[in-house]
Write a protein of this length. Structure first.
Length: 300
């Protein structure tokens, strides 16, 4: 069944019904530390696993349309980042990307994933970049979707003001208020109501402490620096109407990473939610190319 046919078959169902097919799981990665995640596991597939990292206002469930479309041919895994869902927060109050990358390594170890195609959306791209830089042999391909670059290279007052403004917004609005006032910024004007509802649903379920730690991560991180050290396969994609991680900024990161770059028409920041067919094609094409370069010749 094609990705388009699969999407059509599921589209009539409520998203909460669809995500229930991929229930949250938990795995211990250290004493008293767990990671919650969801997966679609294609039995006996020789394809590389696909690992999906969500952004600051989201969670593992946001990838349901990717589970449906891509899980038929490969194992697809999406975590709730530390401090999200039921995942244990990182220890540092003001963490850096390597703190999250270390948990990612422990999670993949626990699941027996030795090598994968790694996809990071927005803040997830920061974690993906840090992991790839530290563990290049484990990443057959790195795909950054609307990547956030972080403010680690900015002037201290810029870093502080960006961090404090987001923390104040969290304190004033809480998760439900953030979902109501900020979710529209994640999408283009072309998004349908189902996509808008799904972005709100995911954002309303953030855990304040985890979101606050992720805000510090955003202030501390410098994705560009990590991309200069990773020499493997990299691609960058961004919605043409992304108002959060602007296409010009994403193109700069692509140049630094010596990566292929593409924009997706009529898509905003959470493009994989509002334009799943286009993004599933991008992910599938990138995964198959990574399979082939890794020696899985049947995927050329």
């Amino acid at each position: 069944m094609s990705h388009a046919t699969t999407a059509t078959a599921h589209a009539a169902l409520p998203l909460e019904t669809r995500v229930a097919r991929f229930p949250a799981k938990q795995v211990a990665v250290a004493p008293q530390h767990i990671v919650s995640y969801r997966e679609a596991d294609s039995a006996h597939s020789v394809a590389l696993p696909l690992v999906l990292l969500h952004g600051i206002g989201s969670g593992a469930a946001s990838w349901v349309q990717q589970f449906e479309a891509l899980g038929a041919t490969r194992r697809v895994l999406a975590w709730d980042a530390p401090g999200y869902g039921e995942s244990t927060p990182v220890a540092a109050a003001s963490p850096v990307a390597s703190d999250y990358a270390s948990v990612l390594k422990a999670w993949l170890d626990a699941l027996g994933v030795a090598r994968c195609v790694l996809v990071g959306h927005s803040l997830g791209a920061i974690v993906a970049g840090a992991f790839a830089a530290a563990n290049p042999a484990r990443v057959a391909g790195l795909l950054l979707v609307s990547p956030a670059g972080g403010y680690g290279a900015a002037e201290p007052d810029v870093r502080t003001s960006k961090r404090d403004a987001r923390l104040a917004m969290l304190a004033g609005l809480g998760p439900a208020g953030l979902a109501e006032t900020r979710s529209a910024n994640m999408l283009s004007p072309h998004a349908d109501e189902a996509a808008r509802d799904w972005v709100r649903w995911n954002m309303s379920r953030i855990v304040p402490h985890g979101y606050a730690q992720a805000t510090h991560l955003l202030a501390n991180a410098d994705l560009a620096a990590d991309l200069t050290t990773f020499t493997g396969r990299v691609a960058v994609a961004v919605g043409a109407e992304d108002g959060i991680t602007l296409p010009t900024a994403c193109a700069r990161l692509a140049r630094i990473a010596r990566a292929s770059f593409q924009t997706v028409p009529r898509a905003g920041h959470a493009g994989y939610i509002e334009a799943p067919t286009a993004y599933n094609t991008i992910l599938d094409t990138f995964c198959r190319a990574s399979d082939a370069s890794a020696g899985n010749r049947s995927f050329e």
